[in-house]
Design a binder for this molecule. Structure first.
Ligand SMILES: [Zn+2]
Length: 382
């Protein structure tokens, strides 16, 4: 009799523990769905959503903010997309800095920091990625950002087909159907990823973006790295920007967008709109195949002894020593390249100028750290 009561008590205690575990892990899981905070600066003149350009995205995990920074004087329009791949943080972080700091004096910036918003709500399985990265601000406070997945969250788009035939008719492996940068020019009646790609095309077309830049990172063993990839109509602008950067000691390669790279932004944005399409890549060992321990330290410092070894063996496409490639260098590289593109815009064809102030340069970001330039969270915001 006593043992029967004991067994019931144990069962009840176990049930309580299971319920507690489900509640705690469930709360942690749901916390991943919350958007990271962006604190728009005084340069933002309007905040829209992707669904304002393509209503088919309203209420979906693919809808995302589009910030407009209208200059005081007329000029050209530049669209900047971050977060196409949420496991490549320098792109999203650079776009966020534009929203929080940039003051446009001539022309207009249109900025979407979270290109694939769904991809920020999960990690890639079996990659051991950290869930969060943190930055200390000038006032000592801390802001956290999600380290996301390369693709759309499978909870939002499932199942993957065996073979994915993208909107340009190219056959790709099934999981690529959740890769935003294979889905252009998008499909208004397609998957969530294809709808997001269509929405982004609509932003470029409706805002009449003269220049459009997609910000990425690449593994150090990937050949297209420290590079600006240019559609054929953007080659002159990219070449001038690359030369300009070289004068400042920042080496970026100029890569031609191959005409058969269907579905990628640097190809499709230029083919399906009037914009000058560009894509940029910085070096991120935390997404590479040769990396060792994968944690926040690796994401932020870009230091990894296995990559140092790989560089010694001549296997990499970027220099790599014990200093690694810190997030400050990667954001600074994107920021400097954007500044070089804007500086040269008015020398291309009949394009009007773009002038942007308030942004730190490469040396300032390296000196002060990325977090120094973020705005503090407003009171009450988490
Ligand atoms: Zn990428």
């Amino acid at each position: 009799m006593v043992s029967k009561i004991d067994a019931r008590l144990r069962a009840a205690a176990l049930a309580v523990l299971v319920v507690l575990a489900v509640l705690v892990t469930g709360a942690q899981f749901r916390a991943m769905w919350k958007d990271d905070l962006i604190v728009p600066g005084p340069g933002v003149t309007a905040t829209k959503m992707l669904s304002d350009y393509f209503p088919g995205l309203a209420g979906t995990a693919g809808d995302t903010e589009v910030f407009i920074l209208e200059g005081k004087a007329p000029g050209a329009t530049c669209f900047i997309l971050g977060g196409t791949h949420p496991n490549e943080p320098s792109g999203c972080l650079t776009a966020m800095l534009l929203v929080e700091r940039a003051q446009v004096s001539k022309g207009r910036l249109v900025v979407a920091p979270r290109g694939n918003r769904s991809g920020f709500t999960c990690n890639d399985p079996q990659e051991g990625s950290p869930q969060w990265i943190h930055f200390t601000l000038a006032d000592g406070s801390v802001r956290a950002f999600r380290f996301g997945s390369r693709g759309t969250n499978p909870l939002h788009q499932w199942p993957d087909p065996d073979i994915y035939i993208n909107p340009s008719g190219q056959r790709l492996s099934g999981s690529e159907n959740r890769n935003l940068n294979r889905a252009y020019p998008g499909r208004p009646e397609g998957t969530l990823t294809e709808k997001a790609a269509y929405g982004i095309m609509e932003v470029i077309r409706q805002e009449k973006a003269d220049i459009s830049v997609d910000l990425h990172e690449a593994s150090p063993e990937y050949p297209v790295i420290h590079a600006i990839v240019a559609h054929e109509r953007s080659e002159d602008l990219a070449a001038m920007a690359v030369m300009d950067l070289d004068f400042d000691g920042i080496r970026m390669r100029l890569e031609k967008s191959p005409p058969t790279f269907y579905g990628l932004s640097h190809r499709a944005w230029g083919d399906y709109s009037e914009t000058m399409a560009l894509l940029m890549e910085t070096a991120n060992p935390s997404q590479g195949r040769l990396r060792g321990r994968t944690d926040e330290h690796l994401v932020l410092t870009g230091q990894d002894r296995f990559y140092v070894k790989a560089a010694e063996l001549g296997r990499l496409y970027v220099p790599f020593d014990s200093h690694g490639h810190p997030i400050e260098e990667r954001v600074g590289r994107h920021m400097s390249a954007l500044a070089a593109i804007w500086r040269n815009a008015e020398f291309v064809g009949s394009m009007l100028p773009i002038e942007v102030e308030g942004l730190p340069d490469f040396a300032e970001i390296m000196e002060e750290g990325y977090g120094h330039f973020l705005n503090p969270a407003p009171a009450g915001a988490v």
